[in-house]
Design a protein around this ligand. Sequence first.
Ligand code: FES
Length: 156
Amino acid sequence: MSNDLKYIFSSFKGKEEELIPILQKVQKTKGFLSDDSMEEIARFTKAPMSKVFGVATFYAQFKFKPVGEKHIMCCRGTACHVKGATRIQEEIENQLGIKEGETSGDMKHSLEDVACIGACGLAPCIMINEEVKGRLTPKMVNKLFEEKDRGNQDVK
Ligand code: FES
């Protein structure tokens, strides 16, 4: 078992009801949930692998393959759709050279469609890691990633 997992497990009792917080911590540390990590979690919590997998796949927050440094979630909910989410997504895809579900070769960006992210008043919007970017236009998207790629992390 990796030292990362040993460290994470040390703050839990090893019970099945701790599955969600354990999965969250493992993902936060490792960036995604590998099969190996989930097997170790199953062993630690004494839960069947099917249960660990079932819980992890139920929640959209969990990822099963590595994501980019900037994980971009493009909202495809109704409010965002009506306000032009398709054009926003196309602009992101053009700008970064990746399609929905892909990660760039340099692991800097990954793009994923999600249902409503709970910021409908800001439609159309995206999330970059934990941060919501709202009322977007294709022009703003262009600027957002141009400036991010130049290393300016404070673009709002
Ligand atoms: S539909 Fe996009 S935030 Fe709700």
